[in-house]
Structures are given as C-alpha cells and as structure tokens.
Design a protein. Sequence first.
Length: 93
Amino acid sequence: MNNEEHKKLIDTIHTLEENTQKLGSKFGSYRDTAFSKFPLLFVLLSSFGLVSTFYGFEKLIDSVPILSENPIVLLLNGLLVLVITGSLYKKLS
C-alpha cells in the first residue's frame, strides 16, 4: 500500500467515525428516553437474552460428545479461548 492509498484509507475511516458519532448522538436520546420509560422491560429483555445465550451454549456443548463426556477437555478449551481472546484484546489496545 503506497502513501496515497494509506492517506485515503485514513480519511475514509475518519469520515466513518464522524458519521457514527453523529448518528449515535442523534439516536442516543431516543434510546435513553425509551429506557427511562420502561426500565423493567429492558431489564427483563436483557436478562432473557443473556440467559438464552448461556442456555444455548450449554445445549450446544451437550450435543458435542467429546465435550459433554470429558469435562477436562471442555475446561481446557474454555481456558484456551480466554487466553486467545485476551491476547487479541491486548494487541488491539
């Protein structure tokens, strides 16, 4: 990538960030208003989404014989995923 292409890419990213911030500030007030009017609804929907995700992961793990029959393999895979995502997070920061 030459210098001109790099500069063009940076300009495009800056424009995208500016537009995202404008959009976020425009719709942020609507989101805040809806949450302040219906806090219980948002808490219940968020809780349902979180519990459904965990339950779905549990069912998915149960359907894979090597993971459901060998908890140590499941534990090691989980730790490996945490190490990899932590390393990626550090590199991206």
